[in-house]
Design a binder for this molecule. Structure first.
Ligand SMILES: *Cc1c(COP(=O)(O)O)cnc(C)c1O
Length: 364
């Protein structure tokens, strides 16, 4: 069977080239006579895999030497707890920006450890924009500021990086980049900590990547289990316990694929073209609608509705017949959503756009 175009929000499409390479290596990795899955996480072979993955990620994202890279499990959801456990550092407050369902989940977990100041929120306006900084009410003494640069469900993306120089306290900026990491060049120095589940834009489920500035580590809230202490993981190069080895291997192949594509500046250009194709179509017909304000629209997750919601089921069925799948919106918001991560080829978006045009014409 041919590969279809999978618009799932996550676990999501992976580059076909990567999957083919993994297939070719699955029984016998580099003449070792074993699958990478069968190897010790501390052995020479796997160590080379994880070191190469880290080196490639550092190169792709220009990660400075004073930042550590961690390969963990537990998902971005695990980070909702690990961030406050590790970054409160005796403070009792943290600032959170509430721009959607994922922000809200992060807030709920943080509230178990500290007072959360909602420094800005777009909840009252239905999560359709990213509040600009002049609308924020930050706490000058917050332990950190947490935000979600790309809200996977609502399709709201910050096209700018918050500037925390309003405080003299050198407050670290923390970002849940699960659905936008590596979709554009990164300015790591602006952040204290970045985390992301791999299964949207990097690799398979099971792996969570954390990029953290060294000086923030070493002071956890009381009774923090060792497995949730970043310092313990950095001290053992992500081998404190068994990391998700196969997911690390595949993600490493995706990093190589990205390098071959020309890195983040090149992939960003492609991502902009893909997103423009879809939003232009949505905006030029009144058959489709996207409620996110134009400046804050996500390049990765494109939510849209049909003017006549009675046609939703027919739309999804006909799309599926064309090999365009997983376009149904998140159950919390309804409508449609096309997730067009790095690995979605432009042909997939072109096929979707021509289908949408035709469907609108047929049902006008
Ligand atoms: C998917 C997602 C999560 C949750 O990730 P898990 O790996 O399921 O824990 C958190 N934040 C964002 C922005 C996401 O897209």
């Amino acid at each position: 069977m041919e590969r279809i175009f999978n618009f799932s929000a996550g676990p999501a499409v992976l580059p076909a080239e990567v999957l083919k390479q993994a297939r070719n290596e699955i029984l016998n990795w580099h003449d070792s006579g074993m699958s990478i899955m069968e190897m010790s996480h501390r052995g020479r072979e796997f160590t080379s895999v994880v070191q190469k993955a880290e080196a490639n990620l550092r190169e792709l994202a220009s990660i400075p030497d004073n930042y550590k890279v961690l390969f963990l499990s537990g998902g971005a959801t695990g980070q909702f707890s690990m961030v406050p456990m590790n970054l409160l550092r005796k403070k009792k407050n943290a600032d959170y920006i509430n721009t959607g369902i994922w922000s809200k989940k992060a807030i709920k977990e943080a509230q178990r450890y500290c007072h959360v100041n909602i420094a800005a929120s777009s909840e009252d306006s239905g999560y359709t924009h990213a509040p600009t900084q002049d609308q924020w009410t930050p706490d000058q003494n917050a332990a950190y500021v947490h935000y979600t640069p790309n809200e996977t469900i609502g399709g709201v993306e910050f096209n700018w990086i918050p500037d925390l120089t309003y405080s003299e306290n050198n407050i670290p900026l923390v970002a849940d980049m699960s659905s936008s990491i590596l979709s554009r060049p990164l300015d790591i120095n602006k952040y204290g900590l970045i985390y992301a589940g791999a299964q949207k834009n990097m690799g398979p489920a099971g792996l969570t990547i954390v990029i953290v500035r060294e000086d923030l580590l070493g002071e956890t809230v009381q009774n923090t289990p060792s497995v949730f202490d970043y310092k313990i993981h950095t001290d053992s190069s992500s081998m404190y316990n068994t990391p998700p080895t196969y997911a690390i291997y595949i993600t490493g192949l995706v990093f190589e694929w990205l390098k071959k594509k020309g890195g983040l500046a090149e992939i960003e250009k492609i991502n902009i073209s893909k997103a423009n194709l879809l939003y232009d179509l949505i905006d030029t017909t009144d058959f489709y609608h996207c409620s996110v304000v134009k400046s804050d629209r996500s390049r990765m997750n494109v939510p849209f509705t049909l003017k006549n919601a009675d046609l939703n089921a027919e739309f999804l069925k006909q799309a599926q017949d064309r090999g365009l799948i997983n376009l149904k919106g998140h159950r919390a918001v309804g409508g449609m959503r096309a997730s067009i991560y790095n690995a979605m080829p432009i042909e997939g978006v072109l096929t979707l756009v021509s289908f949408m045009k035709e469907f609108a014409g047929d049902h006008a």
